[in-house]
Design a protein around this ligand. Sequence first.
Ligand code: C5P
Length: 293
Amino acid sequence: MALATKSSSRVELARAKVNLALHITGQQPDGYHLLDSLVVFPQIGDRLAIETAGELELRLEGPFARDLTGPAEDNLILKAVQSFAGKAGIDIPQVCLTLTKRLPVASGIGGGSSDAATTLRLLEDFTETYLADDEMHALALTLGADVPVCLFPEPQIMRGIGGDLSPGPDLPACGIVLVNPRVGVSTPDVFKAMERRDNAPMDLMPEKFETLPSLVAYLETCRNDLQDAARSLCPEIGQVLSELEAETRIDLARMSGSGATCFGLCDLKAAMEIERTLRAAHPDWWIASGPLS
Ligand code: C5P
């Protein structure tokens, strides 16, 4: 996915992280929840560019840049740079990072986590300083529970509080439509609103799903255990799910993460047409489509 422009600059797609299934199986004494989740990274994301500069700089642009409120030093990208330099034992790299924020913020598709993970990978190449896998994983985990999984944007199974990772199944070529009603949902609030925290894990998963119907048949045995809680806090999620379920070309509709973004799985050929249809009916919603992996 890397697009080299010249030796001192590079652009990368920081892919959205979508939980095709998210089971909450327990809670640690520190309050964090135990999960069992199948995570995928569609070809939809933020754009992150890195280039040489006189000093460390972060530029924000794109349709959702204005939603990144708060001081710049709180941005996970800058935190990732500081942590990387500390762990690698190098000076703060003199780079300009330009984030084109195309994914809605606080929306259950790991935009900030993916930006941070992509920053770490770009910095490794840019400084030619490579951390051992376990060091990189530990560093990523200090930035957020979802950051380690975003270091390898391919199907993965997440367990523990999100840091126990194993390779996910091979997926069929198919499409995904992402829909967000442009309402932010607070992840801690959703976790708090959950009724049960001791749900069953996902059923044993095959190593490969040959077709979209076989993937959907498996996913129908799964859930997003945060969906009802998120829906009770944000009724617009119910409306998005109803619209996706009513679309006959969509085979499975579900919420990702703690919401409010929901997804629909479909044939790749239908994805863009579904996006257009939904956008015409709901010009105020954020809608994107693309290949599932
Ligand atoms: O680690 P991250 O910043 O992504 O988590 C955001 C919030 O989500 C946490 O403060 C916590 O309330 C909740 N969370 C949780 N269990 C997890 C991951 C996140 O309770 N495994």
